[in-house]
Design a protein around this ligand. Structure first.
Ligand code: CTP
Length: 446
């Protein structure tokens, strides 16, 4: 019996896949199909896959062509599979020509002609391309636009900015450049907003009124009432309104959260998050115009609050907000500390753009603690530590694009399928906004 093996993602199974499977089967008597696991695809940079593993396996099974289906989970697995399953022929499409020649050592390698004119990537893009407009005055827009290139199905068509001096030449060459948000909204399906937080509410409101989806840097609004209003408007007009905190989409952060929730360090008793950076303020040193500068609680607060609210919830019983304010700019906190008290835990955050500290995250539990080194908000690495160092474990997860590309993927999914895949819940967003509101009305200044 001649045994054949082939591998693929098989996302949104199409005619090209079926032809490949038929010809692979015809090479022998028994066909094994390896379907890539979600994590493996992510690790090799394929981040847009629409269907989860089980759906993709089902689709391959439904063709009736495969005799056996396995899951491909790690680099180098092909050699293992070929030996373990006694494979005679390895085959894939000609787009991989030469790439798998090293397998000749273990079995025969055959490259089959790829079917012209069809691919999962094309189907994903065609599904519905989202025309995205950028709004704001920040160099992060350049990064965001670059990251969007890794995502199928999104096209940046223009921007609205009152000061585009920080934007790249590439963005400045976009066909649609305006200072009028209404004009941008006429030509887009969705907007990404990173304007000053004081503008968020009115800009989001306008976008939602026009039926446009919104991804906005946190805080989305400065009062809870404003957020409630925007949320209701989004619901009424069937639009997505999503908080953009890139850390929420970083694999290491997300896995760390799941681990902490699964009890590896026992009950979580304290969450302590620090985020500081001096660079933004240093750039402003000689300028009296701080119009577009975010104060520390807005710039860093949402990120620092994220692990606190996502692990302990938002029902804290008490909190103290202490801030060191700038003398010339009375709304601007150079440094803020917030202490939270929960019925069974405590938490603290420290954020600053005028004070430097170690940007680490520590989650303390009854059996051990999780340590995420600085800068924890874009880390690829964390440790679970116990009393006995022999029990410590280290975790690495590659972080591509600081989480921004995954954030865009998640936003697109939400626009296609409703608010299903949100990594930041409405409860988290509400809690962040409530705290920012409290900062403005109820803080101790030092
Ligand atoms: N394949 C093919 N003809 C096509 C598309 C894919 O023969 N038009 C083959 C690939 O060469 C591979 C297998 O089908 O051997 C699974 O490919 P996969 O990567 O899942 O599909 P693509 O459509 O190429 O996906 P993507 O666009 O995401 O790269």
């Amino acid at each position: 019996m001649v045994k054949v093996i082939t591998y693929g993602t098989y996302d949104l199974l199409h005619y090209g896949h079926i032809r490949l499977l038929e010809r692979a089967k015809a090479l022998g008597d028994y066909l094994v199909v390896g379907v890539t696991a979600d994590g493996f695809d992510r690790a090799r940079g394929k981040i847009n896959v629409q269907q989860p593993l089980m759906e993709r396996i089902e689709a391959v099974r439904a063709t009736g062509i495969a005799d056996e289906i396995i899951v491909e989970e790690y680099e180098g697995q092909k050699i293992d599979d070929i030996r373990r399953l006694g494979i005679d022929i390895f085959t894939v499409g000609s787009d991989w020509k030469g790439h798998f020649d090293y397998l000749n050592e273990y079995c025969k390698v055959v490259y089959l002609d790829r079917t012209q004119g069809i691919s999962s990537s094309e189907i994903r893009s065609e599904k519905r391309e989202v025309r995205l407009g950028l709004v704001g005055e920040s160099k992060i827009l350049n990064k965001f636009a670059n990251e969007s290139k890794y995502v199928n199905g999104v096209k940046i068509v223009g921007y609205c900015s009152s000061d585009d001096s920080l934007l790249s030449d590439e963005l400045k060459a976009l066909p649609l450049r305006t200072t009028e948000l209404e004009m941008l909204l006429d030509s887009v399906d969705a907007v990404y907003i990173i304007s000053h937080p004081s503008k968020h509410y009115s800009q989001i409101k306008l976008a939602l009124e026009r039926g446009k989806h919104v991804l906005c840097e946190s805080p989305i609004a400065l009062t809870f009432q404003q957020y409630e209003e925007l949320k209701a408007l989004a619901q009424k007009n069937q639009c997505v309104l999503m908080d953009a905190i890139k850390t929420a989409y970083s694999t290491a952060y997300y896995r760390m959260l799941l681990l902490a929730k699964s009890g590896v360090i026992g009950d979580v008793v304290s969450v302590d998050a620090v985020c500081t950076s001096l660079s933004d303020l240093e750039a402003k040193k000689d300028s009296s115009d701080w119009t577009n500068t975010w104060n520390s609680i807005c710039a860093w607060g949402p990120t620092a609050m994220l692990p606190i609210f996502q692990l302990l919830g938002s029902n804290y019983t008490d909190k103290v907000i202490t801030a060191k304010m700038d003398k010339q700019h009375p709304d601007f906190d150079l440094f803020t500390k917030v202490s939270f008290i929960y019925p069974h835990a405590v938490a603290s955050l420290k954020v600053g753009q005028g004070v430097k500290s170690e940007g680490e995250l520590v989650i303390s539990g009854t059996n051990g603690y999780i340590y995420v080194p600085a800068p924890w908000w874009k880390t690829e690495y964390f440790e679970v530590r116990h009393e006995n160092p022999a029990d410590n474990k280290r975790y690495f997860y590659q972080l591509d694009g600081e989480g921004i590309r995954y954030e865009i993927v998640s936003f697109l999914r939400a626009t296609n399928e409703g608010q299903k895949y949100l990594y930041i819940s409405e409860e988290d967003t509400s809690a962040i906004i409530k705290l920012i509101e409290e900062f403005n009305s109820n803080r101790i200044s030092i």
